[in-house]
Design a protein around this ligand. Structure first.
Ligand code: SF4
Length: 674
């Protein structure tokens, strides 16, 4: 067996929290951040960017093998050349091991290039603070390069080394049409991804979309200064000392004692939610927190400060050893009213704390203010949801990298007599087709038939429509209906801070998530306002929704019109609970192993649309059969339809359960104001 070596990714994980090194690669510990990040990299465009980067450093030799010893051997042999370019070259120094994306050797000088599928602003990004430390955003990337340079320098002490980050320039314009379709991805039978580049021409590469930024001076600063890290003990160590300690701990499988930080809230060493995954795996986080709290009975069902919504003072609480919501006082939250109706952020936090401490599972609702909102709406109500992504390499000449792509929407209506209908939808996942113009045309067609109030859930829809507005205006070949489309967007949105033109549309969309935050709190959401959490909470209590949707009326001939469901029953009861409607939908990714479904469901990013954007990337860039393509498309349509139906459920429950068929007329009492 090879000795356990510290790689750049392990070093990065140790920089977040050194204790994690102990749980890494131990099969008995659960780790919800999967090692094989194929789908994630696919969604972010990482593979295309890596492959494109090689064309800027042409004629290199790929060290193709995954076998560490073979890769080291082959690299060593190739490095005997006086001048050579290598892709994925392998180097080891003591217990440290790296593979370098691109290495250019010219005599005794080596240029190391780390490629990242991340945008930067060539006209304004600051990688370091005024004191010369890496900014929080760039720190992981810069430490990554610093680690590689450190290993390479020690492996080749007689060489001089220049280190570079290769990044996507957000100001660059794509030189040709169809560049993004020239890189397709396939996964081998052994699970390894393969990127194939087709017909790349010199014109595709100039002017470049990627830039190499020399980071030698930042690396020097990292090596020679005591860079602050969240953990005090390590702040006193130099870079080399940290590398030494991390590498020894990893090699010897020694656990570095846990030190609590706010990062514990996102720790990946948790057991997946009950009902999925292997129940036999151990939870590293629980083991840490038994040590931290000195409470042998600690388990993840105890609500900690990490589950308190939008709370900014976690570090302060940790310093005061206040780990549980039960430990918090009003002084810690300081609830204060703001100038708007309903709850301020601090008041909502205090309601969460209060209900947890009182073991009170009842709903809090501000009936008076919610009623005023409802009375201001115009029927029919329109509920819309978008699926969007950013594609690394542009579709067309003249467009920027990572431009917003809106490829799907769903649209429900709710009439004043309670009639619900899946009024419309749009999807375009055709490879190489830029869907935004057709997207907004269809949206306009569906929404301009009346002046009913339009709802979105969170700011996403507004942001994307303003992005499309700006794309339409800056298009060098404007579409014939450019003016009408831009006018339509302005009527239903509010301009975001950057555009020179300011507007608030006379039919500006209502943010349903904002209404939830200000007027409604259900402890079953555990402090989250994600629709994926609010929906099951609503459904578990709403007698109206349960009664209506326990019958196969959805998509039935005389029931509710649906584009994608037939005679569907949304409210199903099993094992003493209502099944989450999202769990009734087909899997988006059939190749996720059966025992790892949480890979696509515990991470909020994936839960809230990440799966859809990954599916889109797959439809664009992966080789697949027509059958697979159709199945993914069908699943996407169902998911998006449920997203807008979930908004209908929320409105129906509020109107029927809390506002008009209820004797109570005032806000339920919780002492929320100081
Ligand atoms: S729970 Fe906290 S201390 Fe333990 S491994 Fe996770 S982040 Fe580190």
């Amino acid at each position: 067996m090879r000795p356990r070596t510290l790689t750049k990714s392990r070093f990065q994980i140790a920089c977040q929290c050194p204790t994690k090194l102990f749980y890494l690669d131990q099969p008995e510990y659960s780790n919800v951040r999967r090692e094989d990040s194929f789908l994630e990299a696919l969604a972010e465009g990482g593979y295309q960017v890596h492959e494109l980067a090689k064309y800027y450093f042409p004629n290199g030799i790929e060290i193709d093998t995954l076998n560490t010893d073979q890769a080291l051997l082959e690299t060593k042999k190739r490095m005997e050349n006086d001048a050579i370019t290598l892709y994925e070259s392998a180097f080891q120094y003591q217990s440290l091991f790296i593979r370098i994306d691109i290495l250019v050797k010219n005599g005794a000088h080596l240029d190391l290039y780390e490629v990242k599928a991340k945008t930067y602003d060539s006209e304004g990004t600051n990688f370091v603070t005024k004191k010369g430390f890496p900014t929080a955003t760039w720190k992981p990337y810069l430490y990554d390069v610093a680690f590689q340079k450190y290993v390479l320098q020690n492996a080749y002490p007689r060489c001089t080394i220049s280190s570079h980050l290769v990044l996507v320039d957000k100001n660059a314009k794509c030189p040709t049409d169809g560049l993004n379709q020239k890189f397709t991805i396939k996964r081998d039978a052994d699970g390894r991804k393969r990127v194939t580049a087709h017909n790349i021409q010199p014109g595709d590469l100039a002017p470049p979309l990627l830039n190499a930024i020399n980071v030698d001076s930042i690396c020097h600063h990292i090596y020679t200064s005591k860079c602050p890290v969240p953990n005090d003990f390590y702040a006193s160590l130099s870079f080399a000392e940290k590398v030494q300690i991390f590498s020894e701990a990893y090699s010897s499988q020694t656990k570095i004692p846990p030190v609590p930080t706010k990062a514990c809230g996102d720790c990946e060493f948790i057991c997946p939610k009950s009902g999925v995954g292997s129940p036999d795996l151990r939870s590293g986080k629980e083991e840490c927190w038994r040590e931290i709290t000195k409470d042998p009975s600690y388990n993840s069902s105890k609500k900690t400060i990490f589950s308190l919504w939008n709370y900014r003072h976690k570090e302060r609480c940790i310093q005061q050893e206040k780990y549980y919501i039960q430990d918090l006082t009003k002084e810690d939250i300081q609830p204060k009213k703001d100038e708007k109706p309903g709850l301020s952020v601090s008041q909502r936090q205090w309601i969460q704390v209060h209900k947890e401490q009182e073991n009170d599972s009842s709903v809090w609702i501000d009936r008076d203010n919610l009623l005023k909102e409802v009375q201001s709406w115009t029927y029919p109500l329109h509920l819309i949801d978008f699926e969007t992504t950013m594609v690394a390499l542009p579709f067309h000449k003249g467009r920027h990298p990572y431009e917003g792509i809106a490829f799907q929407f769903s649209h429900h209506t709710l009439q004043s007599d309670g009639t619900v209908s899946h009024a419309g939808e749009f999807i375009n996942t055709e490879p190489g087709f830029f869907p935004n113009v057709e997207f907004v045309r269809q949206l306009k067609k569906q929404l301009e038939t009346d002046d009913g109030t339009i709802f979105r859930y969170s700011s996403h829809e507004n942001t994307f429509l303003t992005i499309i507005h700006s794309q339409l205006i800056t298009d060098p070949n404007p579409v014939p209906d450019q003016k009408e489309l831009c006018h339509f967007i302005q009527t239903i949105t509010k301009s975001t801070s950057k555009p020179s033109e300011k507007w608030i549309g006379n039919r500006n969309m209502v943010d349903l998530c904002e209404l939830v935050k200000r007027f409604f709190y259900d402890p079953r959401t555990e402090g989250s306002n994600s629709i994926k959490k609010v929906l099951p909470a609503i459904l578990s209590r709403s007698q109206f929704v349960q009664k209506k949707y326990s019958k196969p009326i959805y998509g039935s001939k005389d029931g509710i019109y649906s584009h994608n469901f037939d005679n569907w029953v949304w409210c199903q009861y099993a094992n003493n609970q209502w099944i989450n409607p999202y769990d009734l939908l087909p899997d988006l990714f059939q190749d996720i192993p059966d025992d790892k479904p949480w890979l696509l469901s515990t991470d909020d990013r994936l839960q809230d649309g990440g799966a859809a954007l990954t599916a889109y990337a797959r439809l664009q860039f992966s080789e697949m059969t027509e059958y697979e393509r159709k199945e993914i498309r069908k699943a996407l349509l169902k998911y998006c339809e449920l997203d807008t139906l979930a908004m209908v459920f929320i409105l129906e429950s509020w109107i029927q359960d809390y506002l008009f068929n209820c004797n109570k007329t005032t806000t339920e009492e919780v002492n929320i104001v100081q």
